[in-house]
Design a protein around this ligand. Structure first.
Ligand SMILES: Cc1cc2nc3c(=O)[nH]c(=O)nc-3n(C[C@H](O)[C@H](O)[C@H](O)COP(=O)(O)OP(=O)(O)OC[C@H]3O[C@@H](n4cnc5c(N)ncnc54)[C@H](O)[C@@H]3O)c2cc1C
Length: 183
């Protein structure tokens, strides 16, 4: 997948522009400061993230998916990108706690990753403070698993569902549970 912040010679007719044609997908959204974010993917062109990227490739994917590139020019920034998809089996192993993308990572489709990570952190932080302050039983810390692991799982499943969609994923199995530092 390619990402770029670009200027456009022509304003797209709609605020958000998205389409897929054949193997090409593109999404355009304005930042309001003259730049648009382009997200594009050509399913037949899965190259390493380190492969050099230029404006011509971004213009080509945009044309394939949207019919035209709206006069894309002056890329302020561009990058290749791939999405990981996996979930750690445990939010807690001994003194180690996971939250956010470390606990569950999925395609950006649906825009849930940051929100879910903040909720993990909110769930964990007051419990850590309560236990560290001697106001709660240490077993309280184990409730993060029951409360947050299903949420991360649902996000991964929902994102995978929406990625009948365009977002390419890095292949790879789920990682095994880490061993407890106590064992
Ligand atoms: C293109 C894209 C669009 C997205 N859009 C949305 C959206 O619209 N809405 C949404 O909710 N989410 C979105 N997300 C997901 C969101 O960005 C992530 O879920 C969120 O940033 C995860 O936060 P985190 O703190 O868990 O992990 P990260 O943001 O990955 O933070 C981890 C930090 O740890 C640092 N680090 C790693 N290893 C070490 C080490 N060994 N020592 C010290 N530091 C280390 C890293 O450098 C990094 O700064 C999007 C993601 C992408 C890629």
């Amino acid at each position: 997948m390619v990402l770029a912040d670009v200027r456009l010679a022509e304003e797209p007719p709609t605020l958000l522009t998205v389409n897929a044609v054949g193997d090409a997908f593109a999404f355009l959204a304005p930042f309001g400061d003259g730049y648009h974010r382009v997200i594009g993917w050509h399913r037949g062109r899965n190259v390493p993230d380190t492969e050099p990227l230029d404006l011509a490739e971004i213009q080509e994917i945009t044309r394939l998916a949207l019919g035209r590139d709206f006069g894309t020019h002056d890329a302020g920034w561009m990058s290749r990108f791939h999405s990981d998809e996996r979930q750690a089996p445990a939010h807690r192993v001994g003194r180690v706690f996971l939250a956010g993308d470390a606990a569950h990572v999925h395609t950006p489709a649906g825009g849930q990753g940051m929100n879910t990570g903040l909720q993990d952190a909110a769930n964990l932080s007051w419990k850590l403070a309560a236990v560290a302050g001697g106001h709660a039983d240490p077993a309280l810390l184990d409730t993060c698993q029951d409360e947050r692991h299903p949420v991360g799982g649902r996000c991964c499943a929902a994102a995978a569902g929406s990625s009948a969609s365009p977002w390419p994923s890095a292949p790879g199995p789920s990682r095994p549970a880490p061993r407890s530092p106590r064992s």
